[in-house]
Design a protein around this ligand. Structure first.
Ligand SMILES: [Zn+2]
Length: 129
């Protein structure tokens, strides 16, 4: 009962939260439908070449990743921490959230995690040399 989205939209301090909630929920439904369609399609095209399965698998994986991001954003929305970067806790830029309401990091942290990832793969290369 505490997870009822009506509670969020009726709270005047969470007016934008209601809009974000609706956006996240409608995208979540689209992804669920796409995943369902994908499962049905792979069911019917079982005789397709293996390469086709790999690409279908990848897009399904991407959809599931996206679904996880959206669920995380909905969790933060209910916990009242929505819009805060999940790494540094700073407020994520409004323009960024408007472009992607499920964004978990601020611009700086996103860039840092990308460069760290690159650094890790570089150090792995160096270690195996
Ligand atoms: Zn951050």
């Amino acid at each position: 009962m505490s997870t009822n989205p009506e509670n969020l939209s009726s709270d005047s301090s969470m007016q934008t939260g209601g809009v974000v909630w609706n956006r996240l929920h409608s995208e979540r439904e689209e992804i669920c439908e796409a995943l369902l369609r994908g499962a049905q399609t792979s069911e019917q095209t079982r005789t397709e070449p293996a390469q086709q399965f790999v690409s279908a698998d990848k897009s399904e994986h991407q959809l599931q990743e996206r679904l996880r991001l959206i669920d995380d954003a909905l969790d933060r929305l209910m916990a009242g921490s929505y819009g805060d970067c999940s790494i540094c806790g700073r407020w994520i830029e409004d323009t960024k959230l408007d472009a992607d309401p499920a964004l978990p990091f601020c611009f700086a942290c996103q860039r840092r995690s990308e460069s760290e990832h690159r650094f890790q793969s570089l150090s792995v290369q160096a270690a195996t040399r």
